[in-house]
Design a protein around this ligand. Structure first.
Ligand SMILES: *[C@@H]1O[C@H](CO)[C@@H](O)[C@H](O)[C@H]1NC(C)=O
Ligand SMILES: *[C@@H]1O[C@H](CO)[C@@H](O)[C@H](O)[C@H]1NC(C)=O
Ligand SMILES: *[C@@H]1O[C@H](CO)[C@@H](O)[C@H](O)[C@H]1NC(C)=O
Length: 402
């Protein structure tokens, strides 16, 4: 027998058969991966322009029939209403959460066509009385933000005018009782809708009484550049903190893990995905966090504390005045809105840490502003905050608000 060369394996007949078998298998496997990747990234799923990007289109049903052919879709909420009241799509809650839980985790590299966006999630009862202020804030920054509105399903007030940032941005909603777990469900609904747009990078929860404190570009940079999330999270002894821990959460959760915090969050894509696909804490809270438990103040802080504390800045970006005590923060009417007040909210407290290192502005938003404060806000805010001055210019860094 002649000595085998290192390559003799390739010349032997039997090995050749084996090798070609392997090769075919590898080819098939590769093709499978490529085609499934193609499916996920192709038009059949969602494509640029993203699935729910309807800003400039009538608020019709967003899901194209190509997206999922023979899928039974519950369009009852959307279809029975006039076009102006129709919501963005007709997916059922289960389908929405299921879809949202599978969106890509890895962020798309920025490119000319796709810039990271900030999703502004408005959790409202009905009207958005301060919408004109937000319009001014958004103006000139199209493509860098997306708006989602969760109003009470019964709300049948006038739809926002065409061309408004709020036009056609209402999502299918369910009833919300303040402080209940259904409020968390609404927040999760907003997150799930926003996750379907792959360009949404940050997710900010706001109410109808919230205002921005800086111009869009400053807010955008602050959020998109941050490696951390902003979820207020603290341990509070006493009846309004640890005292709310439902005993039935044991042994899955312990009172030591229980946290409290404002519901007005700023989170990133990773955490948003964790929230919509949370099958551990969420059902537990649904079952055991009742009327005295105030899920909206405890679910997210507790989840973040248990699993993502290293990435949390532990503070809210929304300014609120609790100084008067009681269970509701101070509300600002027309008469109390002054340039000094807004300056105080913007710059009164510069001692906050950003990404665990630098100091800068603490708050980007503030509440609670009543409807009658709109005129004053429109008179003071745009020039004070420089709305529009920077639209179209290069994005400024975080240094601008130092
Ligand atoms: C709108 O809602 C109010 C109260 O919920 C109700 O009384 C009214 O009939 C509704 N209007 C329409 C046009 O559905
Ligand atoms: C936030 O609090 C957690 C404890 O809940 C802590 O581990 C983390 O370091 C804190 N983050 C910052 C930025 O202080
Ligand atoms: C500024 O913020 C820090 C941290 O949130 C807080 O401890 C401090 O009381 C604030 N100071 C004022 C003047 O609001």
């Amino acid at each position: 027998m002649k000595p085998q060369s290192p390559f003799s394996i390739y010349t032997s007949r039997q090995h050749l058969k084996l090798l070609s078998g392997l090769l075919l298998f590898a080819l098939g496997f590769g093709f499978g991966i490529i085609s499934s990747f193609y499916f996920v990234s192709s038009d059949a799923w969602t494509s640029p322009p993203p699935l729910l990007e309807l800003t400039s289109r009538p608020s019709a049903i967003a899901m194209s029939s190509a997206a999922a052919p023979a899928r039974p879709v519950d369009r009852s909420t959307a279809a029975s209403k006039s076009p102006s009241e129709a919501t963005m799509h007709g997916m059922t809650e289960e389908e929405l959460l299921w879809r949202a839980s599978m969106v890509p985790r890895i962020q798309r590299p920025p490119s000319a066509e796709s810039k990271p966006k900030v999703a502004f999630l408005f959790l409202t009862r009905g009207e958005l009385p301060l919408a004109p202020l937000w319009e001014k804030f958004f103006e000139g920054n199209e493509g860098l933000y997306s708006v989602y509105v969760h109003a009470n399903p019964e709300f049948n007030g006038s739809a926002p005018p065409k061309g408004s940032a709020f036009y056609g941005r209402r999502i299918p909603s369910k009833r919300v009782t303040w402080g209940g777990m259904d409020m968390m469900e609404a927040e999760r609904r907003l997150l799930a809708n926003a996750l379907l747009d792959w360009d949404n990078r940050r997710f900010v929860l706001l109410s109808e009484s919230c205002i921005p404190l800086f111009d869009f570009r400053t807010v955008y940079s602050y959020l998109v550049d941050s490696a951390r999330v902003h979820v207020e999270c603290y341990d509070l002894p006493g009846s309004t903190g640890r005292g709310r821990f439902p005993a039935r959460l044991r042994p899955h959760l312990t009172p030591r893990q229980w946290r409290k915090g404002s519901q007005w969050f700023d989170i990133d894509r990773d955490l948003a995905l964790e929230v919509v696909s949370d099958t551990a804490f969420f059902p537990l809270f649904q079952r055991h966090c009742g009327a005295r438990c105030f899920a909206d103040e405890h679910y997210l802080p507790t989840l973040v504390n248990a699993r993502f504390r290293h990435r949390n800045q532990n503070r809210s970006l929304t300014w609120v005045d609790w100084s008067r005590g009681g269970s509701h923060p101070a509300r600002f009417r027309r008469g109390s809105v002054t340039a000094e007040l807004l300056e105080k909210m913007r710059n009164g407290n510069r001692s906050c840490r950003y990404d665990g290192r630098r100091r800068g502005a603490c708050f980007l938003f503030a509440r609670k502003f009543l409807a009658d404060s709109l005129d004053r806000l429109l008179g003071i805010a745009p020039s004070l905050m420089g709305f529009n001055l920077n639209a179209g210019k290069k994005l400024r860094g975080i240094d601008s608000i130092h």
